[in-house]
Write a protein that binds this ligand. Structure first.
Ligand SMILES: *Cc1c(COP(=O)(O)O)cnc(C)c1O
Length: 401
């Protein structure tokens, strides 16, 4: 439930682009600069000894006592991300992966059990199967297309966290988030979602999530030049748990990177809209190609969870997958990707440039059906869509030879 400490921005009624233009800026009638400044700092001095002691009690409520608690540049970005996701509080972390790790470690302890979607981001799985397991926290993976009854059947009294990623950023199954979080709620467990793909198109707290994770590295940064993450929650209680854990583990993000993310977010609505449109054109074109068995783009009819996407999302980002016809080998898939001239071969996404990545070898799936052919993940950038399609066309021609 939202509480009284939810930041009021004065832009609640405005469209996304307007809110991203105005969020967390100095007042426009202040005769000041347009953007908040970068505040760097480790030491924060207090006006008196007593004030310092009093301030320490409120260090998770933005009463600054030391640099690791963050400063005004972090807080500005936190307010922007809370605005994007519709939560009350946000904590910025140094990477998206740190934003995955902090809430998992904050809400789980020895003897607890976590139910994690089989489509979850690889390093989240590695954390669960490695460090968390070593600390006595069990993780059970479930099919991302599971329904409420299936999830209920996996539940045990010590299951404390439901971890979702919808759609999965490699296999793109959209999950029935409201149905699954309702099961968790019934059992008093915390529902977390990696909402990096959804950004503002999916409002996690309206669908029963308690914690929303974003890799700001992706579209918020938007230029493939920073790493940042965010953990957003919708109550002060959850905020204190997340902030307390991040602080205990010494998490911190560079204020310079936060400032770059604030710069990125102003143009994000435009970039996102353009890239979404281009990606759909490319996805539809690929769906008509004989070399392609399947296009896994949640906005295309027939994609896994397309009906759920239509129900719960207001749009899509520009990351999707294709599966080649089963007759093609891994070497064929590599030849296709290697031949692309506009697509970098690399991880991460959300920047202004096209990327391609063969993904079969990266899927550590435990319970889901294997993909029926070679999978390639495509990120569509800001290049002209006709040039992108021409490049893919010459690449697919290489598959024949
Ligand atoms: C990239 C990514 C992350 C991690 O972000 P980093 O900033 O690269 O650590 C987490 N989740 C998803 C879905 C991602 O794509």
């Amino acid at each position: 439930m939202p509480d009284d400490s939810a930041p009021k921005t004065g832009h609640e009624g405005h469209a996304f682009a307007t809110r991203m233009s105005h969020a967390a800026r100095p007042p426009i009638r202040s005769l000041g600069f347009v953007n908040p400044p970068v505040h760097r700092g480790s030491t924060v001095t207090a006006p008196s000894c007593q004030a310092r002691m009093d301030n320490a009690k409120h260090r998770f409520d933005r009463v600054m006592t030391y640099g690791t608690q963050g400063g005004p540049t972090h807080y500005a970005l936190e307010d922007v991300v809370a605005e994007i996701e519709g939560g009350t509080h946000c904590t910025i972390t140094g990477t998206g992966l740190a934003a995955v790790a902090v809430p998992l470690l904050a809400f789980l302890k020895a003897g607890d059990r976590c139910l994690m979607s089989d489509s979850a981001y690889g390093p989240a799985r590695s954390l669960a199967e490695g460090l968390m397991k070593g600390w006595g926290i069990e993780t059970v993976f479930f099919d991302p297309c599971i329904d409420a009854a299936g999830l209920e059947a996996l539940w045990t009294p010590n299951t404390k966290v439901l971890y979702l990623e919808s759609p999965g950023s490699h296999t793109f199954e959209v999950q029935d988030v409201p149905a699954l979080t309702a099961v968790a709620k019934k059992h008093g467990a915390v529902s977390m979602i990696d909402n990096t793909w959804g950004i503002h198109h999916f409002q996690p707290f309206r669908h029963g999530c308690d914690v929303s994770i974003q890799a700001l590295t992706k579209y918020v940064g938007g230029h493939s030049d920073i790493l940042l993450g965010s953990v957003t929650v919708n109550s002060r209680d959850h905020h204190l748990i997340v902030r307390g854990a991040a602080s205990a583990m010494g998490h911190y993000a560079s204020p310079d990177d936060c400032w770059l993310a604030l710069r990125g977010v102003r143009t994000m609505p435009l970039r996102l809209a353009h890239q979404e449109e281009s990606a759909l054109i490319v996805a539809e074109w690929l769906a008509g190609r004989p070399e392609v068995l399947e296009v896994r783009h949640p906005a295309l009819p027939g994609a896994p969870g397309h009906e759920l996407w239509k129900r719960d999302f207001t749009g899509a980002c520009s990351l999707f997958g294709i599966v080649l016809q089963p007759r093609y080998t891994e070497a064929d898939a590599f030849r296709f990707v290697d031949s692309l001239k506009l697509f970098g071969i690399g991880a991460s996404w959300g920047g202004y440039e096209c990327l391609a990545l063969p993904t079969n070898a990266m899927l550590g799936r435990a319970v889901s059906a294997p993909l029926p052919g070679q999978a390639i993940r495509l990120h569509i950038g800001l290049e002209e869509v006709a040039d992108i399609i021409a490049d893919l066309e010459q690449g697919l021609a290489k598959l024949a030879g």
